[in-house]
Design a protein around this ligand. Structure first.
Ligand code: NAD
Ligand code: TYD
Length: 356
């Protein structure tokens, strides 16, 4: 039977996936209060939500998931009966240069949030749900064949994936030890509008627009399984309302691409859209030093989700890429803002305090 919620806490709602998730829930569930708790790190941008931030069922709270006292106040104020935990440090390269920031937010932050849910729900878990949004990277790296299923043993290999794996373990531990109703989903690489231009696809779109080099790590042969972000948040919605508590669901696009092939496709589509001669943008491709410990291949088997809940991705990759490129071309101000750091200055003026 479909679960119903009165008041949902979304963490990290100002980020890439979080903003799509918040938009979907605010629009689709007008009678449910949706509270976005976000620290507004470099990756959090309130402009991502400007089309819905005046809705009566949307509320923003600026704060850190590591702050247990704040969480206690928010649980008391809004009486959450659901949590969608999206907040995280999310970029592998940053985790290599600053691993402890990932331990803090992803491990300690998740444990603090779990504890707040357990304490505030006071062991009366009827009608409650703690949903944890995780990644396929916890399963490690595949060779040229095979897929990650929900039963694949964890084998994280970067500080990012190790911190996400650890957070997944804490979620399961709270379920098994205290009976907290939890669900975890592990998704493959997302792409789409509002993606911060440090990740491969938005970085290359931005660099193609500005005729800057396109840095390909190693030989560009690493493979990722790409899913349009709106398909991911639709899957979360479906699982949040219909999935079984205590379970894990893999979400993926069945859409594997080598990095170099994605960049070539981006170059091809963008040359056309920008009125450049075919082959112009490909000249920007620059092979650079490989990422340390670079995982070769990720690929998700999402059979459980499709069999149990009838989910399948709706957006085909070339079409999703075209939509994404169009969004960036039509939102150059957003891009300029996040790359110039102007929005961080605005946050400092508006909220004060320290920002990454
Ligand atoms: P993102 O980096 O774009 O956004 C993260 C958000 O969390 C930002 O708004 C940031 O301000 C906020 N945040 C960071 N630390 C915080 C803290 N301590 N307290 C409160 N808020 C904090 O991330 P994303 O790419 O949207 O990823 C969202 C979630 O989905 C993450 O948990 C990530 O592991 C997972 N995921 C991402 C992908 C992907 O391809 N991007 C794929 C699978 C799973
Ligand atoms: P990324 O978007 O950082 O996601 P993840 O590492 O979580 O999969 O990177 C996607 C792939 O693209 C990954 O194999 C690393 C590679 N990559 C580059 O080749 N160049 C870049 O500038 C970036 C950011 C990533």
């Amino acid at each position: 039977m479909e679960r119903k919620h009165q008041s949902i806490l979304i963490t990290g709602g100002a980020g890439f996936i979080g903003s799509h998730l918040t938009r979907l829930f605010v629009n689709k569930y007008p009678d449910t209060q949706i509270v976005n708790l976000d620290k507004l790190t470099y990756a959090g941008n309130l402009k991502n939500l400007k089309d819905i931030d005046q809705r009566p069922n949307y509320h923003f709270e600026k704060g850190d998931i590591c702050d247990g006292e704040l969480l206690k106040k928010l649980f008391a104020k809004y009486k959450f009966d659901g949590v969608l935990h999206c907040a995280a440090e999310s970029h592998v390269d940053r985790s290599i240069s600053d691993p402890l920031a990932f331990v803090k937010t992803n491990v300690l932050g998740t444990a603090t949030l779990l504890n707040a849910a357990k304490e505030n729900w006071q062991n009366n878990f009827e009608g409650k749900l703690f949903y944890h949004i995780s990644t396929d990277e916890v399963y490690g790296s595949l060779g040229n064949t095979g897929y990650f299923t929900e039963n694949t043993p964890y084998d994280p290999r970067s500080p990012y994936s190790a911190s996400k794996a650890s957070s997944d373990h804490f979620v399961r531990a709270y379920h098994h030890t205290y009976g907290l109703p939890t669900i975890i989903s592990n998704c493959s690489n997302n792409y789409g509008p509002y993606h911060f231009p440090e990740k491969l696809i938005p970085l290359c779109i931005n660099n193609i627009i500005h005729n800057k080099p396109l840095p390909i790590y190693g030989e560009g042969l690493n493979i990722r399984d790409w899913l349009f972000v709106e398909d991911h948040v639709k899957a979360i919605d479906l699982i949040f309302h219909n999935g079984k508590t205590g379970e894990t669901y893999n979400i993926g696009g069945h859409n594997e691409w080598k990095n170099i092939d994605i960049i070539r496709e981006l170059c091809k589509q963008m040359d056309k859209k920008l009125g450049r001669h075919p082959g112009t943008s490909e000249k920007l491709i620059t092979y650079v030093k490989d990422r340390a410990g670079h995982d070769l291949r990720y690929a998700i088997d999402a059979t459980k989700l499709s069999k149990e809940l009838g989910w399948k991705p709706s957006v085909q990759f070339e079409e999703g890429l075209a939509k994404t490129i169009d969004w960036y071309l039509n939102n150059e101000e957003w891009l300029e803002n996040v790359t110039s750091g102007a929005y961080m200055k605005y946050y400092e003026e508006m909220y004060g305090g320290d920002y990454v």
